[in-house]
Design a binder for this molecule. Sequence first.
Ligand code: GLY
Ligand code: MN
Length: 464
Amino acid sequence: MFEPNVYVERRKRLMAQLGSGLVLLPGNDESPMNYPANTYPFRQDSSFLYFFGLAQPGWVGVLDVDAGKEILFGDDISLEDVIWMGDLPTVKERAALVGVGTTRPPAKLESVLLKAKANRRKIHFLPPYRAETVRKLSGWLGLPLKAVKARASQALSLAVIAQRSVKSPAEVDEIERALDVTREMYLAAMAMVRPGLHEYDVMGRIEGIALGRGCRTAFPSIVTVNGQILHNHGYHNVLTEGRLLVDDSGAEAPSGYASDITRTIPVGGRFAPRQKEVYEVVLEAQETAIRAIKPGVKYRDVHLEAARAVAAGLKGLGLMTGDPAEAVRAGAHALFFPHGLGHMMGLDVHDMEDIGETLVGYTDRLKRSSQFGLAYLRLARELEPGFVLTVEPGVYFIPPLIDKWRKARKFADFIDYGKVEGYRDFGGIRIEDDVLVTADGRRVLGRPIPKTVAEVEGATGRGD
Ligand code: GLY
Ligand code: MN
């Protein structure tokens, strides 16, 4: 949590940008797993965290933009709560930590909203992503459940995105705090990976490191010998000699800031020659992309540059043919690199995706492509100093996709399907870092995590 003034300034800016109306920012509720008292770990809504800093379930923030008034709605604890949870600070005490002077019990919220509605004032809220929030907004505002999402405020969405996209030095410090823990997770994974273990041995160890440092994971870890399945959340495979383990994981700092790293580790501690060749292609694409990052550059162009590096590299290995730039224009590289280069990161690992992936990553003048591969790019817009984003190219051999394209003779001018056939069991390789856009370029965040072939093999303890 930051100093109260940080939250005061954020709210002031938001109100100045909106000009009028009421802003309704509901925090998240506890979410039951199998009965009400047995809940999933509580995670506060990120926009509530950004403007009100408090991780109390069920709280609601209201900004009356015309009156310049700020109210936090939350329940003080009862004697019964004290018995079960201890003597906790009052709503007033907590509100003071984020510079809010006015507090009310949640039961009073409805009358505030009814009055605003009666006076035909605009009530701004963000698109809800949890069923409870949809239900609450429906009740508060008298909207049919199905109409709630469509009534979210575009003006508020854009104002919040504009503010949250640019990270302050203190926010970057929090991300780097998360990255410190993530680095430990990677050093441990590299040191332990060996034939005979299960994926869950590695997953349990690295997630344990996050928890043991007072953090949690920023998203469900991907720890898989089937890296060609992009978001694989199963962990039951045995690690066997000759396979590659894709580890895409990251700690979330206690403040809520995320980290998101990927490394690909040879199970036996040494890359086979063919694995090394593909690894160098992905690494070259990632480093080319990182070097291209600076203010004013469109991230879509950085993505395309990485894609050209992939195509050129795979041409060098005989898997692709023809001109790499033409292959990328046509979309042929997407057989091997079918996802986007990266996304914004902050309080969410895919920052603000709840508000709208397209609103965050695209502009009125820059529309999403419909081409396979490029269509999945989450961030395309021009970069600005203070943006934090991931750079995560990969090369995968996805048998069902290979079979489909081969049968259709898709991009046969650019792809040597005969050669690709020999890589069917290869799996996949992805390499990911988190990067801050600076005034004149970029900075890879966090202390370096082994990344080159020699560094990764060295960190397994079984290299040369
Ligand atoms: N780290 C998972 C993702 O970026 O989707
Ligand atoms: Mn990512």
